[in-house]
Design a protein around this ligand. Sequence first.
Ligand SMILES: Cc1cc2nc3c(=O)[nH]c(=O)nc-3n(C[C@H](O)[C@H](O)[C@H](O)COP(=O)(O)OP(=O)(O)OC[C@H]3O[C@@H](n4cnc5c(N)ncnc54)[C@H](O)[C@@H]3O)c2cc1C
Length: 373
Amino acid sequence: MPDNLPEELLGVQSQMATFVDAQLRLTDEPLTTQHQRVREASKQAGFFFKTQPVEFGGAPAGALELTLLREMLATANSPLAASVFGPGPGVLHATEGTLRKNYLEPVLRGDKRGAFGFTEPDSAPRPTYAVVDGDDLLITGVKSYVTGGATADFVSILVNAEDVNGEKLGTAMVAVDTQAQGVTIEREFSSMEGGGHVSMRFDQVRVSQQNVIGKIGEGMPRALGNIGNVRLMVSAQAMGMCLFALEYVENHLKAPHRSGSPLGDREGVRLRYADMRIETYVARSALYRTARLVDEGGNTVNEIIATKVFCTEAAGRVIDMGVQLVGGQALVTGHPLELLYRQVRSLRLVEGASDLLRINLVKGRLEMDKGRV
Ligand SMILES: Cc1cc2nc3c(=O)[nH]c(=O)nc-3n(C[C@H](O)[C@H](O)[C@H](O)COP(=O)(O)OP(=O)(O)OC[C@H]3O[C@@H](n4cnc5c(N)ncnc54)[C@H](O)[C@@H]3O)c2cc1C
């Protein structure tokens, strides 16, 4: 697994294995120095550019290659893995003019950092809206869960646009500078997997219409434009976590146990470990099949949804059972499985909560007569 990789991907796989061994082990140096070292090494090795467009000096890899590499990086289970790939264009892909010059280019160079604002608070009187005022927009509302918002230079947010008379114009994605007048951070918080987030308020924030990503009316498709790639990335990450857990648990099952014989000698334990392996095998089979379908082109929305739901839910079960078989020590703060257990939980919510994805998939079948799944 993954089976029948083309020759060139076998080469890339072996290069990444060497890179992981050489670069991703934590040392005593400060973490920022280590991240910088990994970024430089990744540029040298060419991995850094695999998520960046050709016109910016990138060498974008296909879905199968990225899946393979992302799974390997997650299997390494090192925080340094986050510095291997360079920043991608995200929602700013294919932008021109001001957006390209002031946001996309600096992001790809690593000079600016963007965040994404979609989720709204439950208590908001109305979703974030933008009134068209001449050449500008006046934005009001709150985005409640902006990852990396505290250190971002700008945030790309989804708004409902309307004219001065309240006439609805549709949704729009807008890049807003976090230093703009009227933008405030209401609350900083962290989530159990280790992410840092903010709730951000927009109070009549004046933004040029040149900052609209795409056109007014195109907000939702723009916001979701890259979502398939991101969901495939999350699925690969989930499978890398499973591979790490499988190896960890296998070593534990073979090791001496206080009962006098290794835990792996017991049939009941073997049944549980078999399920961990079976779930991982089936989920990875779906992951690699879907990555190949994406590379072939055509509509793969439902295949990606099925893969994201299945891989992230399977990973939740696999890591939960890993904790169970390793026992109480796996819950001690700082244990690798304790960390994985916290990390894997968020994957069923980010980039589409499981049940909402299920509903989308069935909508495709029942109402649109689309999708093979
Ligand atoms: C680690 C992390 C990072 C995040 N980063 C960001 C970010 O950078 N930017 C951002 O905008 N957001 C971010 N989010 C928020 C994330 O996108 C949302 O949590 C997610 O989309 C779910 O939305 P919600 O929390 O509002 O839950 P809700 O939409 O309220 O849904 C909660 C649950 O209710 C059920 N449910 C809801 N609607 C339906 C329905 N129609 N039918 C059936 N069941 C339903 C589902 O079980 C669902 O899981 C992040 C979340 C996490 C955990």
